[in-house]
Design a protein around this ligand. Structure first.
Ligand SMILES: [Fe+2]
Ligand SMILES: [Fe+2]
Length: 185
């Protein structure tokens, strides 16, 4: 079988769907390579900062690593702006969805909300509330999000920082995105 016979999903057979499931499994196995390609594309994402979006991502992950954060944090930091291209108005939600099946809930929550927490550093300059994060002040991951933005994300726009290259992080990307997914939605 090279492809299914049906043209409407309702007509598919058990054999069709087991054939598709096998294909999907193989496709998922290649996810680390697609993550790496998406990160490389950030090099050509929107500009204006002193460094490009890939460099910013690498710098954020490098700072996490040097703060002895664990692999879930480092990889989350690396992909936290991966949604820039396709979801410029809700890039944090897109990145959180990408990483959610593979890292612990705390990291996913922080990535999902980092846009709001990051407002602390520039909201007042663009007419938005820098304290928008306060609506989460009783959330168990509030402090983690504060730390993510303060120590790693908001300061990672420095062309003179000794940022580690993408190659350094590839084994971590492969490890995390090859894990058994623990949540799928
Ligand atoms: Fe961001
Ligand atoms: Fe960022």
């Amino acid at each position: 079988m090279k492809s299914v016979a049906f043209t409407k999903m309702e007509d598919g057979t058990i054999e069709d769907y087991s054939f598709l499931a096998k294909h999907e499994k193989e496709f998922i196995l290649d996810l680390p390579n697609r993550i790496i390609s998406s990160l490389e594309k950030l090099k050509d994402s929107f500009s204006g900062y002193k460094i490009d979006r890939l460099e910013h991502s690498l710098q954020t992950a490098t700072r996490a690593l040097r703060d002895k954060a664990d692999i879930d944090w480092v990889v989350s930091a690396l992909i936290h702006d991966i949604g820039d291209d396709l979801a410029p108005l809700n890039h944090d939600t897109l990145a959180a969805s990408v990483v959610a099946p593979y890292v612990r809930e705390e990291c996913t929550w922080v990535i999902k909300h980092h846009g709001i927490f990051q407002l602390k550093y520039y909201g007042d300059k663009i007419g938005l509330n820098p304290e928008e994060r306060q609506k989460f002040k009783n959330h168990p991951y509030y402090k983690s999000a504060v730390k993510f933005c303060e120590k790693w994300d908001q300061k990672s726009f420095d062309p003179n920082y000794d940022t580690l290259p993408l190659d350094y992080f590839k084994p971590m990307i492969i490890e995390v995105f090859s894990r058994e997914a623990w949540v799928t939605n």
